[in-house]
Design a protein around this ligand. Structure first.
Ligand code: KG4
Ligand code: ZN
Length: 349
């Protein structure tokens, strides 16, 4: 069968067994996903230990490690699924946004496999993939719905108009939520990635012990700003140190997390209500944060809104979510050709 007839088969049958690849930042991942909802295999190699010594992702180290790991990771995903290249209906891969050197490794690998095996191929948007992680966890979830995407690079409020059609409602004007978590964690001496470490420390702190103000976020805009809040938290810490005030790191972590969670959850609920949507989904690495998940769950139930968030394993970067988004990407538009490039700042809407 030619690539074209293989693609026509996807459209007509609305079924596809896809190999998906993700390498936008510091995870090399591959998965085999059926019909956008069923994960057959899912392999993630994380580079976190490599970057920990530097307190953040070093792009050059990231791309080199992707080059080393991409073949074993893809081979393992196919082997675990019991699938050969010729059994697949297509290949999908993240082509932006992300670190260009990292993106290029996965993209070039996917293009090469697609060319060699004569398979339809498509580039997928990283944020569309984070959103699609919800389709894996909730097989009955269908657009339209409102989604809050909070990750290391993004804090976006998005209207999911259709499976692969989005409207940006609001976005961060400076730091992303995950980035703010990572920076405060670093100031508190916690290891990279700071988000999960800060959440752990916050468990033993009092979330109401320090009040951090953020005038911008208290306004009516659907945009976020975390840079001022981050500076306020660092300033507060310095003043307390200078005054010799006894301040527990756990209280700072808990208070900072509480403030970020309040900002994210309030705006997300308002956005869902404004869109008239009955479902609010959460996605992106920060969706692993239990304080955020619990706050949204509570606020949604108070407002008669269904709340969805991915299983923990699909919150941070993985390829299963790319396989889900990739399926809907194929249903929405023809395959990409092999000239597709990596786009570090690829817009969603
Ligand atoms: O989606 P992701 O894996 O990568 C990007 O696309 O950026 O998100 C990573 C971000 C990091 O900033 C990390 O600190 C944050 O998600 N994160 C968390 C938690 N787990 C991961 N932030 C807060 N609480 C967590 N439990
Ligand atoms: Zn991500």
């Amino acid at each position: 069968m030619s690539t074209e007839s293989k693609y026509r088969h996807i459209l007509e049958s609305r079924h596809a067994l896809l190999l998906s690849i993700e390498s936008s930042c510091d995870e090399t991942a591959a998965a085999v996903v059926a019909d956008g909802r069923t994960v057959i295999s899912d392999v993630v190699h994380t580079q976190i230990p490599l970057h920990q010594a530097f307190g953040g992702v070093v792009p050059e180290i990231a791309s080199r490690n992707h080059v080393e790991m991409i073949t074993p990771v893809v081979d393992l995903a196919l082997q675990k699924a019991g699938v050969r290249l010729e059994d697949l209906d297509g290949i999908v891969v993240t082509h932006g946004p992300g670190l260009v050197g990292s993106l290029l490794v996965g993209l070039t690998y996917a293009k090469t496999l697609a060319f060699a095996a004569d398979l339809p191929f498509a580039g997928v948007h990283h944020i569309a993939s984070h959103i699609a992680a919800n389709y894996i966890t909730f097989p009955d979830l269908e657009p339209p719905f409102t989604c809050l995407v909070a990750s290391g690079g993004h804090s976006d409020l998005i209207r999911v108009d259709d499976y692969y059609r989005f409207t940006l409602i609001g976005s961060t004007r400076d730091d992303a939520a995950g980035e703010a978590f990572d920076k405060i964690a670093r100031v508190l001496g916690l290891p990279y990635p700071g988000g999960p470490a800060l959440e752990k420390l916050a468990e033993s702190g009092d979330p109401k012990s320090i009040r951090f103000h953020s005038a911008f976020n208290e306004g009516t805009s659907f945009d976020f700003s975390f840079s001022g809040l981050k500076t306020a938290a660092i300033h507060e810490l310095q003043v307390r140190q200078q005054n010799g005030t006894e301040t527990s790191a756990a209280d700072i972590a808990a208070s900072f997390q509480h403030t970020v969670v309040e900002i994210l959850s309030e705006k997300a609920i308002r956005a869902a209500l404004a869109s008239g949507d009955h479902t609010l989904a959460l996605a992106g690495g920060v969706s692993a944060n239990s304080a955020l998940r619990n706050a949204l769950l509570k606020k949604c139930s108070r407002n008669g809104i269904r709340f969805c968030c991915p299983d923990l394993r699909y919150c941070t970067d993985n390829a299963a979510m790319v396989g889900s988004a990739g399926f809907f990407r194929f249903l929405a538009a023809p395959p990409d050709d092999l000239s597709l490039n990596a786009i570090p700042g690829l817009p969603l809407a």
